[in-house]
Design a protein around this ligand. Structure first.
Ligand SMILES: *[C@@H]1O[C@H](CO)[C@@H](O)[C@H](O)[C@H]1NC(C)=O
Ligand SMILES: *[C@@H]1O[C@H](CO)[C@@H](O)[C@H](O)[C@H]1NC(C)=O
Ligand SMILES: *[C@@H]1O[C@H](CO)[C@@H](O)[C@H](O)[C@H]1NC(C)=O
Ligand SMILES: *[C@@H]1O[C@H](CO)[C@@H](O)[C@H](O)[C@H]1NC(C)=O
Length: 378
């Protein structure tokens, strides 16, 4: 009888503890903007509209896409649940990390309000504060083995810290300041990312960091529509060379800035992730990857080469000159790189996540598959 109970109890023990999930990273903490938001912005500001989420979630799910974001695929690859937004107070589960990213976040402190320019108040410095507050609360309210909502108290040194931020700093100033104007403050963007990593190393105990570089925004339908350029600036793929070259310069500087702080992070791993190369490849050769349309948005208004109307974003309608102008989504987002003119489709995000998980984008090389029993991303 006694033995019977003993075995029955064994059976009741939760089947998978964190490390049994097959990954040395039991949690992810993510810092970013709309490219990796999983609902943070929409937890604080008016709800996201359809058709966002149409492909995977069947309803708006806080991702700036028709489906999953890259961070969702990474979580799946690690065998972890999707990350709950730190700002989402109901229905969240932080046992496997937290997502501090919000749409329209910048690295630098915003100088205007969300109500004026749409820029998120949750810039990188705020996200860092939230990370520290998260740790304080976990140490106060969780247990050494974790609880139903919170990770174990020793999670912070074992977690993966991801940064996918800077695109709004870069693109936000282009219309008013031009490329040369933006270049004045880009060193500050790169060094603030580096400084944030150092702070997490010192104050939170983080030891593994990944920093995504910037996308070739000169290929984005939104910027092809909005930013001044002439046709001689377009390359053979229809992307603006001037802006793309400025992105390349920034990415080199970011890479250099990160290598400079590696010395100050003994025992840590800091990886630069060249997501740019995959995104550029998708814009240049969509058909090689099962896609069709590169510089044309799936969800937008106006049709034409870009299907982007700078006055009406995906999901909205607006009366312009007495006419109701409303956006709509294509029926086949799986054929598009760009979802709404700025953000990638789920199809493109999956290809990018695949490139990250297979280790081909890391500098220095990082054997992710050695640390994690990677799961298929379906
Ligand atoms: C939170 O997620 C973990 C891991 O998936 C799970 O074990 C736990 O039961 C969840 N908590 C709640 C309250 O659902
Ligand atoms: C096109 O733009 C480039 C770079 O901005 C400039 O150097 C060139 O003079 C422009 N050409 C015309 C025809 O406006
Ligand atoms: C404009 O059209 C959209 C889509 O058909 C509709 O949902 C919205 O109510 C219309 N707005 C106005 C002001 O008529
Ligand atoms: C990794 O994935 C990328 C993007 O899908 C692909 O181009 C590359 O060939 C893959 N590399 C390996 C080693 O599998």
């Amino acid at each position: 009888m006694y033995y019977f109970i003993f075995f029955a109890l064994l059976f009741l023990v939760p089947p998978a503890t964190l490390t049994d999930a097959g990954c040395d990273f039991p949690a992810i903490f993510n810092f970013g903007d709309s490219n990796s938001d999983t609902g943070g912005f929409w937890a604080a500001f008016p709800a996201q509209t359809r058709p966002f989420g149409m492909t995977y979630f069947g309803k708006p799910a806080g991702r700036a896409s028709d489906g999953r974001a890259v961070i969702d695929f990474l979580a799946q690859g690690f065998g972890l649940p999707f990350l709950s937004p730190y700002l989402q107070s109901i229905g969240s589960n932080f046992t496997h990390g937290a997502n501090f990213a919000t749409a329209a976040s910048t690295v630098r402190l915003p100088s205007t309000s969300v109500f004026v320019s749409g820029v998120s108040p949750f810039s990188l410095a705020i996200q860092l504060n939230q990370m520290k507050e998260f740790r304080t609360r976990v140490l106060e309210f969780s247990n050494p083995q974790g609880n139903n909502y919170l990770p174990p108290t020793d999670i912070f040194s074992k977690s993966l810290y991801i940064f996918d931020i800077g695109q709004n700093d870069f693109s936000g100033g282009l219309a008013s300041l031009g490329i040369q104007g933006v270049k004045q403050y880009l060193p500050q963007v790169a060094s603030q990312i580096a400084w944030t990593i150092k702070d997490i190393y010192d104050e939170v105990g983080g030891r593994t960091f990944m920093v995504f570089n910037l996308a070739p925004i000169g290929c984005f339908p939104a910027f092809l529509t909005e930013l001044p350029h002439n046709t001689s600036d377009l390359d053979m793929y229809g992307c603006m060379m001037s802006y793309n070259n400025a992105v390349l310069d920034y990415n080199l500087m970011l890479k250099d800035t990160l290598s400079q702080i590696r010395d100050q992070l003994p025992g840590a791993t800091l990886v630069y992730v060249d997501t740019h190369s995959v995104k550029l490849e998708l814009f240049q050769h969509p058909k090689d990857h099962g896609l069709v349309y590169a510089t044309k948005a799936c969800c937008g208004e106006g049709g034409g080469d870009y299907n982007f109307n700078p006055h009406v974003f995906c999901g909205y309608s607006k009366v312009i000159d007495g006419k109701n102008v409303s956006t709509s989504a294509c029926a086949d987002p799986q054929n598009y790189v760009s979802w709404d003119g700025v953000h990638a489709t789920e199809a493109a995000n999956k290809i990018l996540a695949f490139g990250i998980l297979n280790g081909s984008l890391f500098d220095p090389p990082f054997p992710l598959s050695k640390y994690c029993d990677l799961q298929p991303i379906g």
